[in-house]
Design a protein around this ligand. Structure first.
Ligand code: FAD
Length: 430
């Protein structure tokens, strides 16, 4: 049953931290949206997944994006970093970093469809790097902690992450292991009541700014799917070295770090859930990460198509707008059709997921299709901008660079294909 607007406000206000830190800010923004009936009722009343409360949440976030983030994106892209602590504090105070997390840890206690709605709305940020870092905080580094972590760990790491007081990062990939997660080499060896960690992580989003890492490490010599654990690792411990900030093709406003661990000592109680279950927890965590990524890039794709329509409508070649050439408007119509197909798959998959179904196959299909489509769409749209599309000044060129990651990160296209084959029972057995 749809959650009433009043109930949603109660959810927002139920968080004591929310009340403490942002009552004024958020009540103002959220109530503006809830009371602005004309705007909410402009959305389809019978949306397949979203209620009026989803739309109110999206409207509220949109205002925050337009005021606090978009005016500064170009500067942060140029600087190669955005101020994660400042932005997460604003988002966390308003409740956007934990919409589906438990109320007792500062979350809003809503289901994952609200996270998908938030991810979609974050697609209105004028770059890919900042939404990606927000997604790491809200839906990639924290789902396992929220589901399996002890109360003590949740108080220490989850609650401040949801409130935007601590910045989180996810340490899975290594120099020698990205797609093949099972082959990571970082070890956490038990010595008394501590783990001693050695090794390193690669491609760590927000790694230069993070306060803690959700670390995947080998905690025994057992078989690769049973010897790993997820550990909450404070990033200020002796022996943690940020080796470098990686220069990248895209996602430029998001800092990406290479991190080394040299005899880092962390209490054994920092383990998330059961020892040896880290690989399984991480695979579960990936489902939310992938759906989040699809939702986020859908909005960006739609925005790039719309900007391309606007540009080609006013740009004239051979005495008529670029858009009026059939090859152009037909192509844009085809891309919009593909976006709608992907959106249907995302909503279908999300609806099944919130009912407790295993959506690994469908989520992998959605992630695969999103990566493929983003590459096609970025290339086609950029073409219609001509030389302008090749400049750094336009969104389409930023999207072209940023969206390339979709087919690589969080499981490359080929990893998605392997998962789909496995579920179709057509993957040759070794
Ligand atoms: C900007 C950025 C941010 C990132 N953020 C994080 C983060 O915060 N935390 C984190 O843990 N990781 C992060 N990553 C890492 C990312 O998840 C990995 O890059 C990704 O999993 C691929 O691993 P890899 O780069 O080691 O490529 P490899 O594993 O070396 O794979 C290379 C290529 O091999 C191909 N391939 C893979 N599997 C198969 C197969 N079965 N059959 C045929 N071909 C195959 C694919 O085309 C793949 O791209 C980030 C990466 C980038 C670039």
């Amino acid at each position: 049953m749809a959650l009433g607007v009043r109930a949603l406000r109660v959810h927002f206000c139920a968080s004591r931290h929310f009340l403490k830190t942002t009552a004024v800010y958020h009540q103002r923004h959220f109530s503006e949206n809830v009371s602005s009936k004309s705007k909410a009722s402009a959305e389809p009343a019978d949306h397949i997944l979203y209620t009026q409360e989803h739309f109110a949440l999206k409207d509220s976030l949109r205002k925050l994006i337009d005021q606090e983030i978009n005016p500064f994106v170009d500067k942060w892209e140029e600087e190669g970093q955005f101020p994660a602590h400042r932005i997460f504090k604003i988002l966390g105070s308003a409740g956007f970093l934990g919409v589906n997390k438990p109320v007792e840890y500062g979350g809003l206690g809503l289901d994952f469809s609200y996270s998908v709605a938030v991810a979609e709305e974050l697609g209105n940020i004028n770059c890919g790097g900042i939404p990606m870092a927000i997604g790491v905080q809200s839906d990639m580094a924290t789902p396992a902690l929220a589901r399996f972590g002890s109360a003590e760990l949740k108080n220490e790491f989850l609650l401040p992450s949801i409130m935007g007081e601590k910045v989180a990062c996810l340490g899975v990939s290594e120099v020698g292991a990205g797609s093949d997660v099972a082959s990571i080499k970082t070890t956490a060896v038990r010595k008394g009541d501590e783990f001693v960690i050695n090794g390193g992580k690669m491609w760590t989003t927000t790694g230069t700014q993070a306060d803690w890492m959700c670390l995947l490490a080998n905690t025994s010599d057992g078989p690769p799917h049973r010897n790993k654990s997820l550990i909450c690792l404070p990033m200020n411990l002796p022996g943690i070295h940020i080796a470098r900030k990686i220069d990248k093709l895209g996602m430029r406003s998001s800092d990406t770090a290479e991190v080394f661990f040299e005899d880092v000592r962390v209490p054994c109680k920092n383990i998330i859930g059961q020892e040896g279950m880290g690989f399984t927890y991480q695979m579960l965590q990936f489902q939310e990460e992938r759906l989040w990524g699809v939702a986020n890039i859908l909005t960006m794709m739609e925005k790039v198509v719309q900007e391309t329509i606007n540009y080609t409508r006013q740009r004239k070649i051979f005495q008529q707008p670029v858009l009026y050439h059939q090859v152009v408007h037909f192509r844009l119509a085809e891309l919009q059709t593909e976006i709608e197909l992907l959106r249907s798959l995302l909503y279908h998959c999300t609806a099944l997921y919130i009912k407790g179904n295993d959506v690994t196959k469908l989520a992998s299909m959605a992630k695969l299709k999103a990566g493929r489509l983003a590459r096609e769409l970025g290339d086609s749209c950029l073409q219609y901008w001509g030389g302008m599309g090749f400049t750094s000044d336009v969104l389409v060129s930023r999207f072209y660079r940023d969206s390339r990651l979709m087919s690589i990160g969080a499981g490359a296209d080929e990893v998605m294909l392997s998962i789909i084959c496995k579920y179709m029972d057509i993957l040759p057995r070794k």
